[in-house]
Design a protein around this ligand. Structure first.
Ligand code: SIN
Length: 301
């Protein structure tokens, strides 16, 4: 069988199929279960400096092509999260902490307060005032926050970008200048659903972020553009629901993939193993190494 192990953004993994931030990453038990089900690494739900309840409900609704969420970054604060990371690590794979803040100082406080195998900077949540994409759509902020966390931590730093901008590559280049070890693309697309009987927006926050199969072609294009612009690895996320989707992301230029919304599908946690196995069989059939597949689409004029 083709080997899938290797370094992804400064972190060694048995395979490059990871649990995405936000989905099932709130407890150590679910992080560990994802690892035991075959995830090469897991990313936690985003945590910040202070406890937050998040937006009022409904916070998630199923729409055509995926899920619309406006959770609002609910979290217990980093001060009450280390135990979940430690339980997740019992599974034997790297645990990456997704962290958010409203300034370089807040990001640094959270990173200094957590012991994880890496940090993923959430500069991309599309619906939280003062956080996420609200600051992460400016190249200056992306570079300054990345640099601040990088200088204050000894583990790899990944930056998760928003697709809700005209040119995502500019954000990727800013993260690279700041010293990022990898780019993670993409977070959800800003979106809305309205109930036609009541004439009201369905989500408590009125709008939210769309994830799932509907955004996969957007994610593939962002990964392709970023991989052509930066030298650091790109990790693809957005609508990955099968080994074919993972393959497509890798051919576009991703060195690893993250799975989120698809965990709600019938196979549940089994998706990690089925993606890895499908990828291995594909590489054997093509007689290719994983590295040869990364960015293969760029080799065609
Ligand atoms: C949320 O908690 O609101 C979702 C996080 C995100 O979209 O980054």
């Amino acid at each position: 069988m083709a080997t899938l192990s290797g370094d992804v953004g400064g972190i060694w993994m048995d395979n490059p199929v990871m649990l995405a931030a936000g989905i099932l990453g709130t407890t150590g038990a679910s992080l560990k279960r994802a690892v035991l089900s075959g995830a090469g690494a897991v990313v936690t739900k985003s945590v910040g400096v202070a406890e937050r309840e998040g937006h009022r409900g409904p916070a998630v609704v199923q729409v055509e092509g995926g899920l619309l969420n406006a959770m609002g970054l609910p979290n217990p604060s980093y001060r009450h999260f280390q135990e979940e990371i430690d339980i997740g690590r019992d599974g034997g794979a790297p645990v990456i902490a997704s962290i958010f803040g409203s300034s370089p100082a807040e990001f640094v406080e959270v990173a200094r307060g957590l012991d994880a195998d890496g940090f993923e900077l959430n500069l991309s949540c599309p619906h939280a005032e003062r956080y996420g994409a609200e600051i992460g759509c400016e190249v200056y902020n992306v570079e300054a926050i990345t640099r601040a966390v990088k200088e204050s931590s000894s583990v790899p730093v990944w930056v998760k970008l928003t697709p809700n901008v005209a040119e995502i590559s500019a954000l990727g280049l800013a993260a690279e200048r700041g010293g990022a070890d990898a780019i993670v693309a993409i977070n959800t697309l800003r979106a809305m659903a309205i109930d036609v009987e009541s004439c009201r927006p369905i989500l408590g926050n009125r709008f939210g972020g769309l994830s799932g199969p509907a955004i996969k072609p957007v994610a593939v294009k962002c990964v392709y553009d970023l991989a052509g612009a930066v030298k650091i690895p790109v990790i693809g996320v957005g609508g990955v629901s099968s080994w074919e989707d993972a393959c497509e992301m890798i051919i576009a230029g991703a060195r690893g993939v993250q799975v989120g919304t698809a965990l709600g599908n019938a196979e549940g946690y089994g998706i990690f193993r089925s993606i890895s196995e499908g990828l291995s069989i594909y590489l054997d059939r093509k007689d290719m190494a994983l590295q040869e597949l990364v960015g293969a689409a760029r080799r065609f004029p």
